[in-house]
Structure formats: C-alpha cells, structure tokens
Design a protein around this ligand. Structure first.
Ligand code: PFF
Length: 458
C-alpha cells in the first residue's frame, strides 16, 4: 500500500504542534506557573524541555521517520525483534487510553462554546456555575451527544488521509488558534488591574521552588509535548527525508511553550481584574468550566457583547486545541490498526472510532449514571486519566530514552539526525548524554512521584 507523506515542512510542523498544544497548555500550565514561583517555574520548565523533552522528541521523530511505519511497527523494526518492540505497542495503547477521556473534555468545550455564543451565562450568580457544570456532566444525554459530535469531526479528518485530512486541518486550525490566543491575551492585558495578574504569572519567586516543583515541571513538559504516546513518532513517519528533525522538534517546543505562557496572559489578568484570589480558581475542569465563565462575565460586563465574544473565543480556542491533539491521538491508533492488520484507512479509522465512542461514552457517563462504578477508588474517567498520565506516560518516556540512548545504533542515529550527513549536529554528544543518563533518571523520579511513593515516604 502506498504510504502518504506530509506535503510540506510547515504542514508537518503545524500538525505536530497541533498535537502538542492542547488542554494541558491552558488548564494546567498557567496555574502551575502562578503557584510555583512564576518566572522561576518557567525557567525550570524550559530547562526540562531542553534537557529531557527535546532529546526524547527528537528520538521519536527519528524512529518514526527512519521506519516510515506506525509506532508499533517502527519499534519492531528498530528493535530487531527484541523485547524493546513492546515500547512501541505500549505507546499506541497509552495514546488510545488518553484519547478516550480527552474526547470527553473535547465535547465539553463544544458545549461551553455553545453556551457562550448564546449568552447563557448572562445574570447567572457566581454561586451557580458549579451547579451548572455538575448538572451538565451528570446528564446522561447532553455530554454524550457533544462527545459523539467531537469524535465525528475527528473521524471525518482522519478518513480524509494525511495530506487532505490532518495536514490541511492543521494548516487551517493552527493559525486560527494563534490568532485567537493573541486576540484574547491582548484583550485581557488591557483590563484594569491586569498588571497584578501579569506580575503573579511572571515575578520570579525562587522560595516557592522545591523538589516537587521540579517534578511537576517535568511531568507537565512531558504531557504538554505529547511525548511517549506514539503521536510524534507516527506524525514523523510522514516526514520526508529532508525534514530537519532537531529544528522541527525545537519549533514545536517553542510554539507549545509560547501558547502555554500566553494562556496565562489570558487567564490571570481577568482573574485579578475581578479581585478573585488566584489560589481559589482551581485547575483543570474546575478552572475551565466553573471559575472562568464567571470570571469572564464579571471582567467584561455581564451579558455584554464583549463578554460574549471573549467567552466564545476562549472556549472555541480550547475546542480547537483539544481537537488537533485528539486528531493526533486517533492517528496513532488508526495507523497502527491499518498497517498491522492490513486494512484500508477507512476501515481502520472506523474500528478506532467505534472503540473511542464506546470507551469515551463510558468515561463520560462516569460523571452521571455510572458514577458508582469505581476501581481503586476512582471513577472510569479518572482511571483512564491516571493510568495513562501517571503510569504509562512516564514509563514509556523512560523506556524510549533508554532505548534511544543505549540500544539504538549510534551510527544510524547520527546518520538520520544529520539527514545522511547533509546537516551538522554539534549537539549530538549532549543529546546522547541526556538520553543515557539525565532523562531516564529524571523520569524515574517523576514516575515515583506520580504513583505516590514520595508522598508515602513523607
Ligand atoms: N499535549 C496535549 C496537551 O497538552 O493537552 C495532550 C496530549 C495530546 C497528550 C496528545 C498526549 C498526546 F499524545
């Protein structure tokens, strides 16, 4: 079967950046930064990206492009049949798991875009936002219907193929995402009192930095860059031989970090504008769907045109960010099913979509009718989230760095990295050093932290 490639370098970078820029940039990074010492946290985060994130991203790109195969196939080829082949399969399944709960939130972003555009938050008292959200997610129908619509859009893009589906949509959606982010950040920083918000976000406070901060920065860097889930490896399998791997990885990381910082410029000036304590805004869903709708109404004028525009633009931004990431997750699984079980793209994508419809619906219903179904004290949604994010993700990252640093043939690595000798690679020794020592050790610490070992020891 003829395998497609991305049609242009910019398309390839935008697609990979689309995978990286997602909910994590908006609903986690700004809060983590504000609470962990502002610019001090950003500096640590950037160091994590440079020392751990980039080497692993480059390795994933390299393995994908060298093999031109789905992630499981790619690792089978580079591992020469040794047990390292399991790292690829693990990546595919981690991505599949993440997709099942990620799409649920994708559906929520659509619902909140709809609520914003219809001015449904007009005259809602601050105390009601939590009820509105809890009521919505507990309803068996509405979230499931939004979820199906979200998955339907992904399915449409994926079945159109690599160039006409993924690349074309990334070329449309990523510039839209940049434009909305900049528009919202400008609106927000011109609000009265915005400077306090910017100060909260950026003032370096090293006294807040401890070992937990560093572990948090590493975990966030990993998730945010979409590492260890097959996404980057799969997308790189559509890169052509001229694509500069290290430069592309650097571009993706810079875009991802800039958007995350700009998200902070959107959120905190508005929070300070209404005199809210930033420690009370929460993170994740609580921040996004409970605190922020209220903040936007109050900061921009309840029910005003500006509030409608701002709020709609914000949730639409989240929707686009979640969509491009979810598309990358779907492609990991689709490429795997299509190539490993030799079937058409349409059929492979349909199988993946059906599994996500079922498992995604179970995750969604775990806030309502299935809320009593618990395992390890978690509902189905949290189970998918924790299993993939806390366990499989760091484990996969660690194994990839060990494999790339210790097992993968050094000459092959260098040849591929330099595009067959066309490009200089002065950073090669540092890269290998990180893959061999820094990354595995650092990720092992994140892993132990995530599964609660340090908290237990304390
Ligand atoms: N990087 C995405 C975010 O920051 O939200 C999440 C994500 C997408 C993680 C794709 C992993 C992945 F493979």
């Amino acid at each position: 079967m003829e395998r497609e490639n991305f049609g242009s370098k910019i398309g390839a970078i935008l697609a990979a950046a689309g995978s990286a820029v997602g909910l994590g940039n908006v609903w986690r990074f700004p809060i983590e930064t504000g609470e962990n010492g502002g610019a001090a946290f950003i500096i640590i985060y950037v160091l994590c990206i440079l020392l751990l994130g980039l080497p692993i991203m480059i390795s994933e790109f390299l393995i994908g492009r060298y093999t031109h195969a789905n992630t499981a196939g790619a690792f089978r080829i580079v591992s020469n049949g040794s047990p390292w082949k399991w790292v690829g399969r693990m990546g595919v399944f981690t991505g599949w798991f993440i997709m099942c709960y990620y799409v649920v939130v994708g559906g929520w972003t659509m619902h909140y875009t709809f609520l914003s555009v219809t001015n449904a938050f007009y005259e809602v008292p601050a105390s009601r936002y939590e009820d509105i959200f809890n009521h919505f997610v507990a309803n068996p129908w509405a979230p499931t219907l939004w979820l199906f619509l979200f998955i339907g859009i992904i399915h449409f893009v994926i079945t159109r193929g690599v160039q006409s589906g993924i690349e074309k949509s990334a070329k449309l959606m990523m510039p839209t995402l940049f434009a909305i982010t900049i528009f919202l950040a400008i609106c927000s920083v011109t609000l009265p009192g915005a400077s306090q918000g910017i100060e909260f976000l950026l003032r370096p406070d090293w006294s807040k930095v401890d070992s937990t901060t560093i572990l948090e920065a590493m975990g966030q860097a990993f998730y945010s860059l979409s590492l260890a889930m097959g996404c980057l490896c799969t997308y790189a399998s559509y890169f052509d031989k001229q694509t500069p791997l290290a430069k592309s990885a650097l571009n993706v990381s810079v875009i991802d970090t800039l958007i995350a910082i700009l998200a902070g410029f959107i959120i905190f000036p508005s929070v300070f504008n209404i005199g809210m304590n930033p420690n009370d805004v929460g993170v994740g869903a609580g921040l996004t769907f409970i605190s922020l709708p209220n903040v936007f109404q109050q900061a921009l004028g309840d029910g005003s045109f500006l509030a409608v525009v701002f709020s709609t633009a914000f949730y639409f931004l989240l929707f686009v960010a979640a969509l491009t990431s979810a598309i990358s997750l779907h492609e990991v699984a689709t490429a795997y099913v299509t190539e490993e079980f030799k079937m058409s793209r349409k059929k492979g994508a349909t199988i993946v979509t059906l599994t996500v419809l079922v498992l995604g619906a179970l995750c969604s219903l775990s806030f309502g009718p299935l809320s009593g179904v618990k395992l390890f004290d978690r509902n189905i949604f949290s189970l998918f989230d924790d299993l993939s994010g806390r366990i499989l993700l760091p484990l996969g990252g660690m194994l990839i760095s060990i494999f790339a640093g210790w097992v993968l043939d050094r000459k092959l690595y260098r040849d591929e990295l330099s595009n067959g000798g066309d490009m200089k690679t002065p950073y090669f020794k540092l890269l290998v050093f990180s893959l061999r020592y820094i990354a595995p050790l650092a990720i092992a610490l994140v892993f132990l932290d995530q599964i609660g070992v340090f908290a237990f020891l304390k």
